[in-house]
Design a protein around this ligand. Structure first.
Ligand SMILES: C[S@@+](CC[C@H](N)C(=O)[O-])C[C@H]1O[C@@H](n2cnc3c(N)ncnc32)[C@H](O)[C@@H]1O
Length: 195
């Protein structure tokens, strides 16, 4: 992409292939189960609640988008963004299947968040996407700009494998322990924070 934005990569991290999108979608049930506590913690940290207008960064096939949309209810709304149009197409299908009318999608790299209306979201979330973002500083500045005063951002990201108690115990998983991050809150047990 031009202007320092990420190039499309041939992985689930930043691919525009339909094949990758449908593979990711097939794993949705397994992920929903395994990731439920992390996803709930992310919603709590970001203050996603009834009536919230939520920005979802790197929404992918929309697993957490659908959950957030249920959580905010008809009086709230979720904007699902992703650099991959194919991933968002699958997300739209999931939203339709769930019968939700409070979700919009927009193909937008995390580094392009400054294109969103300033001070227009109550909360922002990013699940397993920030680690793929080339210019995290630019992305976070855009997210901050898009949040209303007092609005919060929380992300779940992969950390280093040595910080993953599960990987150490079982010596089998290359997946690292996800770390929740919030822009506007102090430390929460089991999560690290950034300001
Ligand atoms: C591992 S998937 C996670 C998807 C979803 N959030 C979830 O937890 O199921 C990572 C997502 O990040 C997106 N992504 C990668 N780089 C990005 C960028 N620079 N801006 C926005 N999205 C990006 C990918 O297209 C992909 O959909």
């Amino acid at each position: 992409m031009a202007g320092g934005l990420p190039k499309q990569r041939d992985s689930v991290g930043a691919s525009d292939s339909r094949d990758v999108a449908s593979r990711w979608r097939r794993g949705a049930a397994v992920r929903a189960d395994a990731l439920s506590p992390l996803t709930d913690a992310m919603f709590e940290l970001a203050g996603v609640t009834v009536g919230s207008r939520v920005l979802d960064v790197g929404a992918g096939t929309g697993d957490q988008t659908v959950l957030a949309a249920h959580r905010v209810g008809p009086s709230g709304a979720v904007l699902a963004t992703d650099v991959s149009a194919s991933m968002l197409q699958v997300a739209r299908d999931a939203v339709r299947e769930a019968g939700l009318g409070n979700v919009q999608t927009r193909t937008l790299a995390a580094e392009q968040m400054s294109e969103l209306e300033a001070r227009s979201f109550d909360a922002a979330i990013a699940r397993f996407s920030l680690q793929f973002v080339g210019d995290v500083g630019r992305a976070l500045a855009g997210v901050r700009r898009a949040l209303k005063p007092g609005g919060r951002f929380a992300a779940v990201v992969f950390s280093a494998v040595e910080k993953n108690p599960s990987a150490r115990r079982h010596r089998r998983s290359p997946v690292a322990w996800p770390v929740g991050r919030s822009l506007n809150r102090g430390p929460v047990s089991g999560h690290s924070t950034i300001r």
